[in-house]
Design a protein. Structure first.
Length: 347
């Protein structure tokens, strides 16, 4: 078996081996252009002056590609991400992973840890179990029913979070009657859940400051500044005393969105968040129900999402008719410090 790094002209080669092994790993096929964008081309990070490096390696046997692995890491970062590891057996997996780690550390000697997790910036489309053929834009971890999961455990990787991926068709979705009373109760106290109106509602900035998510901040503020913003469901405090403190505008205290229909019919949304001062009032359940109905109205055929297996958000999704389709594990491993590994090699 030979192992070699992928080069700038290897997009077709990557797509070929990826597509031969995609189904067994629950992944959707890709074309040459997508292969290049996913595994070879650089991409910007939101922090000015910081770039990221992609690394990919092949396993070759008797002149035929027998495996492929890829990962990425920010320049100088101690944590990197494994994106994919495709191989026919554990022996090839083990060697490919070693080759990938060595290649990543050659580019970035500071690397101390690898993760297989949802915030990997390189997203691979995959198909959920079920007859409908629903797909999700990024595998948020290692499927627990895959051979890869057992292999990584034997390699010393550990699970630091477990998640479930949920799905639901939207054609028959309707806002449940059980929420009507809570919606009326909140409305009586000046809280409404509706589509964001930039002409009368305040900025998302105070909400994003309170939630502390940089991803949500970038997404919501960029959408707010857009000449043609995507629709967003919001929870709004419409009380006059609140409006007086908010330049005469309703205070945005929760969001679900921004919303759009993707080319494959999936209902996309960036997230759901409630201001800490407005929680435990049923706004999260209401926002999610309005989100599902809003995406259905936009023409989305289905929704998929993932959430922590140990959290409480799954109750909202299950109450709305979503089914758990796959359990995945966020995994990580520590790398032997470079100086230690070099010392061991010299003995």
């Amino acid at each position: 078996m030979k192992y070699q790094p992928a080069g700038a002209s290897d997009a077709h080669r990557i797509a070929d081996i990826y597509n031969r092994m995609a189904a067994a790993a629950f992944l959707l096929p890709i074309g040459d252009k997508e292969a290049g964008a996913l595994f070879l081309e650089g991409y910007p990070l939101p922090v000015p002056g910081i770039s990221a490096q992609k690394t990919a390696v092949f396993a070759e046997k008797d002149g035929i590609d027998a495996g492929f692995a890829a990962g990425n890491a920010s320049v100088g970062a101690q944590t990197g991400y494994v994106t994919v590891l495709l191989a026919p057996d554990d022996e090839t997996r083990h060697a490919l992973l070693d080759e990938l780690i060595a290649a990543m550390r050659e580019k970035n000697p500071a690397l101390r840890r690898l993760r297989w997790v949802f915030y990997n910036p390189c997203l691979l489309r995959w198909r959920l179990p079920g007859p409908e053929g629903f797909s999700h834009p990024g595998l948020p971890g290692v499927p627990e029913d895959s051979t890869l999961y057992g292999f990584l455990l034997t390699e010393g990787w550990r699970v630091f979070a477990r998640m479930n991926v949920y799905a639901r068709a939207l054609a028959d979705y309707r806002i449940p009657d059980t929420l009507r009373e809570k919606i009326a109760e909140n409305a009586a106290s000046g809280l409404s859940v509706r589509l964001w109106d930039p002409s009368s509602d305040g900025s998302f900035r105070p909400l994003t400051d309170a939630l502390g998510s940089e991803d949500w901040r970038r997404t919501l503020l960029a959408n707010e500044a857009s000449e043609d913003p995507l629709p967003v469901m919001i929870a709004a405090d419409e009380r006059e005393e609140v409006r007086m403190k908010n330049n005469g505008r309703d205070f945005v205290c929760g969001f679900a969105g921004p919303m759009r229909r993707t080319d494959d019919g999936r209902g996309y949304f960036a997230g759901i968040g409630i201001h800490p001062d407005y929680r435990r009032r049923g706004l999260g359940s209401t926002l999610f129900a309005m989100l599902c109905d809003g995406l259905r109205t936009l023409g989305a055929d289905y929704m998929t999402l993932f959430t922590g297996a140990d959290g409480t958000a799954h109750r909202i999704y299950e109450a709305a008719g979503f089914e758990a389709r796959r359990a995945v594990a966020a995994m990580e491993c520590d790398l032997v410090p470079t100086d230690v590994s070099e010392d061991m090699k010299s003995r």
